[in-house]
Ligand binder design. Structure first.
Ligand code: SAM
Length: 248
């Protein structure tokens, strides 16, 4: 799949390509990313992308003309989707990231200053995406987050894809705890069950831990999840947060 990012600070996105699984995905051709400078779509001497708000007030607003023109220039076909990054958008979650990973081209518009002329949100884009209930100084960190979360769902980007399916949120639960060497770190021991070699027991332990953590930390997720009788039983057997640690 392909991302096109429209921004007035293209250099801010450079770090995204420079390492990790994203770099490998780009090298393998699983992912294509193009960053576009909004100023290249202006036609005046000063390359002006913003202006004062009508009605008065502090701060500048990104003008509609260069944004409409840039989207027009980079849009590949009818299946391309265009999103404005905005704190007023729908909240990015795992389901949306997965859905976007099936779109051949996602165009992300990064706002700045007081935001973007309202006509962009109303007449140009397919939607607005927020990465959380707080306000950033610009859309670039949000573009980074969206690209990262979406890329993980592109087949081949993260290992064999199994780890993605086991990660938090995929099946509506948080992930189970992970441990590695040493077995005993300053008296903090790895749970004994993980050395048992009994795969069914390990799998039950992991499921119980995932269920309990979700119940204790994100009860909203658990409320939405339909648990099979086996899952309910495992959950009932897990002590609540603040109680003694479950015997390992
Ligand atoms: N006046 C706007 C408001 O209160 O809704 C905030 C504008 S913000 C300072 C500038 C730009 O940062 C926005 O246009 C948007 O592109 C980006 N931005 C800020 N917070 C964001 C968030 N939570 N999710 C996605 N983008 C965000």
């Amino acid at each position: 799949m392909r991302f096109d990012i429209i921004t007035i600070f293209p250099e801010m996105l450079a770090g995204f390509f420079s390492g990790g699984v994203v770099k490998k995905a780009l090298e393998k051709g699983l992912l294509e990313i193009s960053v576009h400078d909004l100023r290249d779509y202006t036609h005046d001497k000063h390359k002006q992308v913003d202006d004062r708000p009508f009605g008065g007030g502090e701060g500048m607003v990104l003008k509609p003309e260069p944004i409409f023109e840039s989207v027009e220039a980079v849009r590949k076909n009818k299946r391309s989707r265009v999103y404005l990054l905005s704190p007023q958008g729908i909240r990015l979650d795992s389901a949306l990231a997965r859905k976007l990973s099936r779109v051949p081209q996602v165009i992300l518009i990064c706002g700045r200053y007081e935001g973007v002329d309202e006509r962009v949100g109303r007449h140009l884009v397919d939607g607005e995406i927020s990465i959380g209930d707080y306000v950033l100084t610009g859309g670039e960190p949000a573009a980074w987050v969206v690209m990262d979360a979406v890329s993980r769902f592109i087949p081949g980007v993260v290992g064999k894809g199994e780890s993605v399916r086991r990660d938090s949120f995929f099946d509506g639960l948080l992930d189970f705890p992970h441990y590695t060497r040493p077995r005993d770190f300053q008296g903090m021991k790895v749970p004994q069950v993980l050395f048992s070699g009994n795969h069914a027991k390990i799998s039950d332990w992991r499921r119980r831990k995932a269920l309990a953590k979700t119940r204790d930390v994100r009860p909203d997720l658990l409320a939405k999840k339909k648990l099979a009788p086996g899952g309910r039983k495992l959950l009932e057997s897990a002590p609540r947060k603040g109680k003694d640690h479950e015997p390992d």
